[in-house]
Design a protein around this ligand. Structure first.
Ligand code: NZQ
Ligand code: ZN
Length: 402
């Protein structure tokens, strides 16, 4: 078992009604000037059974505060305009705390805003490249505006991690921004907010979380306790997604899904394991950077093709490790025997719940596969992954996804 040094400073407040119960009390510990960040409008719609929208509820709870807003953060959030605009608002209004209300994209964008605004002094529009250097890690984040969030989508686990993923359209970059300074101070997780998720987003969230867990599972050195923890979490997701498809307002099913997704990207599932050998995020981020597809769908499409590829392209001890992981995963999650059956089971599960399982179905054809494979090979360092991937491997995997 590997050594580890673990801390998550985020307070999780989980359950039905927690925003009305505790948001005001939580926000009292920060200053008066609050920037509320949100997406394209889902938080302004009143859900069935609710008397007001989440947006109206938050504004009414925080009426004593001085409120500023950054609306319109898109899925696969963009550096320009959203991050830059958020930094400008923080600087101009000397914001004390940012309240992110929405899905992972809103929260990820908020983390980048918080880190860049905290680190950069002066006018952001005169320092665009410096701001980008901070986002892509070439310059350190030295301070951050505190973040509180109300997460409305069970998927990324951004509410319990220190990362975000930001896209820069003009360079086709989509990259991870990390700093321990951008862990949310407090995350509110009320599963009832996910009742309104479109089926597509519910499923994409499940696939994203399964991927985060598999990311922790597929590594060279692992321990039994973590395996059991992760296999159990995925069995719970497999069972509860079916309950939610039958009844989108099944609270207990939504709650169990949210519990798994919140822990999914935090690293807590794999303390003591060796580093992840799972390259799916690196390969998917190119797909969503070039084609703006839904992140979870891209992951689901690539996963079985990568598993198949490494099964047939590894030898010796590495091959034995690959076989052991794929077999154990299939046996304990889907109750099947052997590698082929395990890979088929994950593919069939995604297909059965309704996730598009080819690139063609999400609007990607062969034309830019080589360009994307080169981008990934040049930028993601996969040649040193647990199972190394070179540009040709990445291209072959993309082609198998068509
Ligand atoms: O923009 P609005 O109107 O709010 O609508 C959103 C958006 O269209 C909608 N939505 C969110 N909550 C809703 C809702 N609709 C109805 N009811 C609700 N309760 O869903 C759409 C997708 O939202 P988005 O925030 O983009 O989804 P998700 O949470 O899956 O976030 C995806 C982004 O997170 C990144 C992905 O790459 C992608 O950019 N990731 C972040 C990670 C992290 N921070 O650790 C890790 C992940 O692996 C991932 O890469
Ligand atoms: Zn993900």
């Amino acid at each position: 078992m590997k050594n580890f040094d673990y801390m998550t400073p985020t307070r999780l407040i989980f359950g039905k009604g927690v925003v009305s119960e505790k948001l005001l009390q939580v926000m009292k510990q920060f200053g008066q000037r609050v920037l509320i960040t949100y997406g394209g409008g889902s938080i302004k719609r009143t859900a069935p059974g609710q008397s007001q929208s989440l947006y109206d509820e938050v504004k009414s709870i925080l009426q004593e505060k001085e409120l500023f807003e950054l609306p319109g953060i898109q899925p696969n959030p963009k550096f320009n305009p959203s991050v830059l605009e958020g930094v400008r608002l923080c600087q101009e209004h000397e914001i004390d705390v940012i309240l992110a209300v929405g899905g992972g994209s809103v929260l990820d964008c908020t983390k980048a805003i918080a880190g860049v605004a905290g680190t950069l002094k002066g006018k952001v529009y005169e320092q665009v490249e410096e701001a980008w250097d901070i986002v892509c890690g070439r310059k350190p984040t030295t301070a951050a505006v505190p973040i509180v969030d109300i997460i409305t989508m069970a998927a990324t686990g951004s509410e319990y991690d220190m990362g975000g993923v930001i896209s820069r359209t003009e360079t086709n970059d989509k990259l991870a921004y990390f700093s321990p300074l951008v862990f949310p101070a407090v995350s509110f997780i009320d599963p009832t907010y996910t009742f309104t998720l479109p089926v597509k987003q519910t499923l994409a969230g499940i696939a994203d979380c399964i991927n985060h867990i598999m990311e922790s599972y597929f590594c060279a050195e692992h321990i039994d306790m973590n395996d059991a923890f992760m296999e159990g979490a995925i069995r719970s997701l497999v069972k509860n997604v079916k309950r939610v498809l039958d009844n989108p307002t099944d609270y207990d099913a939504r709650a169990e899904i949210f519990y798994a997704t919140t822990l999914g990207c935090n690293g807590i599932y794999c303390l003591g394991n060796s580093e992840s050998g799972w390259p799916m995020h690196a390969m998917e981020h190119a797909l969503s950077a070039y084609y703006d597809i839904t992140h979870g769908e891209g992951l689901a499409i690539v996963t079985p093709r990568w598993m198949q590829h490494i099964l047939s392209h590894t030898t010796g001890t590495l091959h034995e490790q690959v076989v052991e992981r794929i077999e154990k995963f299939g046996r304990n999650v889907f109750g099947v025997t052997g590698c082929e059956a395990s890979i088929q089971a994950i593919h069939d599960f995604y297909r059965q719940i309704g996730i598009p399982m080819t690139l063609n179905e999400v609007g990607i054809d062969e034309s830019r596969l080589a360009e994307m494979a080169k981008h990934v090979a040049d930028n993601e360092g996969l040649e040193t992954a647990w199972v190394p991937l070179l540009e040709q491997d990445i291209l072959d995997i993309y082609k198998a996804c068509l």
